[in-house]
Design a protein around this ligand. Structure first.
Ligand code: SAH
Ligand code: SF4
Ligand code: F3S
Length: 481
């Protein structure tokens, strides 16, 4: 056992969630208190997050529980409890974790009571867990994406055991509500509206590690946002791997557009964002709702992945180049000031120079405000991993460089379109470089540096966009009279 003595339990362990977790939080609290008495100082924790917004939100849940049981947050990984919330969408995401684990073992040698935990998407892969069991014996706790709500219970299990605790589920249909959350920002928050993914794009591992699509009930989402707003939140980001298919599996099905209309009604909420939209499911109803809305931000992330209809079919994306371009046209006709961003993969198996030029052609035609470009990464277990004609590295690198150069050039040309105008900016943080500035975002997600101090953080203020410097604006708050 990692502790000198076990605390005796009082009462029955609740069977229902989240009550069961609150029971374990109480128990964990007692352990943490005892340990910090022994050490004569508070115990510290550090959560390191890899991957997407979904993981970032999950990490806020981890932090919420760790704080609830008495740990104090620190930036340093030289802490009493370190947890990595991992991503496995591309191979290099995995490598980063192994690299950093080696570095953590150094801290643990000096602080043998240190607990090291791993969770997130990478842990849903059997080969990863095998490797950890073999070569990373100093890891204390491993769990996956489906049972993250059990974190408090797992911490207790870990403290009461003397070997590696591993709890990975293959899938779940459970959604546990109302656990503590510690938000990174006081004024904005991610809100999960669904979990998992059913799309099985042939290159993508997410459906295997996040399980089948499950939507939260609209009442639960609205209640959470109302609570957030009461707590000072003005902007929410609705999160899902494919928000456009929200609500299909609910007892009373509801479209994403309808959900947005409900969220719009929440008084005090100022801005609504969402991620990610799959082009195949983006409805006219959604475009109409966005167009009418006062709160939905003028930004849409619409992953393209490839501009070649042949490759898109191989990718199992269910749209072709023409349909994608028509969708973009429809969006821009309805909402002319909408900013469009995208994800593009270079070097999918079988991609020829002609296919790649089709991607370049879409980039020329759409002129994205910004684009994330990725080199195809082979994920074992996905259909694309065993497809013939994997593209040689040097060819991929050459295409990637050409794409990136063009994407950046277009972004630079597009930035600055609003120079001279007065636009609302949500001020988010102090400027890292210049103390006289704070930094915020426009509705279209562009970054703006504004003269001012911390008192502006969390506020939406009208800003005169005086100048555009590359990828951001410089501006001044306009005093309304
Ligand atoms: N659900 C979102 C994407 C989640 S993953 C969507 O469908 O748009 C984020 C991005 O990672 C994807 O859009 C894709 O561009 C990229 N990606 C996913 N799997 C990849 C792989 N095997 N290699 C390279 N990039 C990949
Ligand atoms: Fe992956 Fe496709 Fe699902 Fe996005 S929609 S998470 S790319 S399988
Ligand atoms: Fe990565 Fe999992 Fe997100 S694999 S991209 S953290 S859903």
């Amino acid at each position: 056992m990692r502790l000198k003595e076990k605390i005796s339990r009082t009462g029955d362990i609740p069977v229902m969630e989240p009550q069961r977790q609150f029971y374990f939080m109480e128990l964990a609290k007692q352990y943490v208190e005892k340990l910090s008495e022994e050490k004569g100082r508070p115990l510290t924790f550090c959560v390191n997050t890899f991957g997407c917004q979904m993981n970032a939100r999950d990490s806020e849940k981890l932090c919420g529980i760790l704080e609830n049981i008495g740990y104090v947050e620190t930036d340093s990984e030289n802490a009493d409890f370190v947890i990595y919330n991992t991503c496995t969408v591309r191979e290099n995401a995995n490598n980063k974790v192994y690299g950093r684990l080696g570095y953590l073992s150094g801290f643990k040698k000096r602080n043998p009571d240190m607990l090291i935990a791993l969770c997130g998407c990478m842990m849903q892969e059997e080969t990863v867990v095998e490797k950890l069991k073999q070569s990373y014996r100093y890891v204390d706790l491993i769990f996956g994406t489906h049972n993250i709500y059990k974190f408090a219970e797992l911490i207790v299990q870990c403290l009461e055991s003397d070997s590696m605790v591993i709890d990975i589920w293959k899938d779940t249909d459970q959604i546990v509500e109302d656990l503590p959350v510690d938000r990174k920002y006081s004024f904005k928050s991610g809100v999960n509206i669904m979990f998992g993914c059913n799309n099985f794009c042939s290159y993508c591992i997410v459906p295997y590690v996040r399980g089948r699509e499950r939507s939260r009930k609209p009442q639960d989402i609205i209640r959470e946002i109302e609570k957030l707003v009461a707590d000072g939140v003005v902007e929410v980001m609705l999160l899902g791997q494919n928000v456009n298919s929200y609500g299909k599996n609910l007892e009373e099905p509801m479209s994403f557009a309808k959900l947005l209309q409900e969220v719009e009604k929440i008084e005090g909420l100022e801005r609504i964002r969402f991620m990610t939209s799959h082009p195949k499911d983006l409805s006219d109803e959604l475009i109409e709702v966005m167009k009418q809305s006062k709160k939905i931000c003028r930004h849409l992330h619409l992953p393209l992945q490839s501009g070649s209809s042949r490759i898109l079919q191989q990718m199992n994306r269910h749209y072709d180049k023409e349909q994608y371009l028509a969708l973009v046209q429809k969006l821009r006709a309805a909402i002319p000031d909408i900013a469009l961003t995208t994800d593009i993969i270079v070097g999918f198996p079988g991609e020829t120079e002609e296919d790649f030029l089709e991607t370049m052609d879409v980039v020329e035609k759409v002129r994205y405000d910004s684009a994330f470009t990725f080199i195809y990464s082979k994920r074992t277990g996905t259909p694309a991993a065993t497809m013939p004609d994997q593209v040689p590295e040097d060819i991929i690198k050459d295409r990637f460089d050409r794409l990136l150069a063009r994407v950046q050039q277009i972004s630079a040309e597009k930035a600055g379109a609003l120079t001279g105008q007065i636009c609302d900016v949500l001020i988010e943080e102090k400027n890292g470089q210049d103390e006289s500035l704070v930094t915020g975002r426009l509705s279209n997600n562009s970054v703006v540096h504004v003269k001012g101090d911390e008192s502006l953080i969390g506020k939406i203020v009208p800003v005169h966009l005086q100048e555009c410097k590359g990828f951001y604006y410089l501006g001044e708050v306009v005093n309304e009279s």
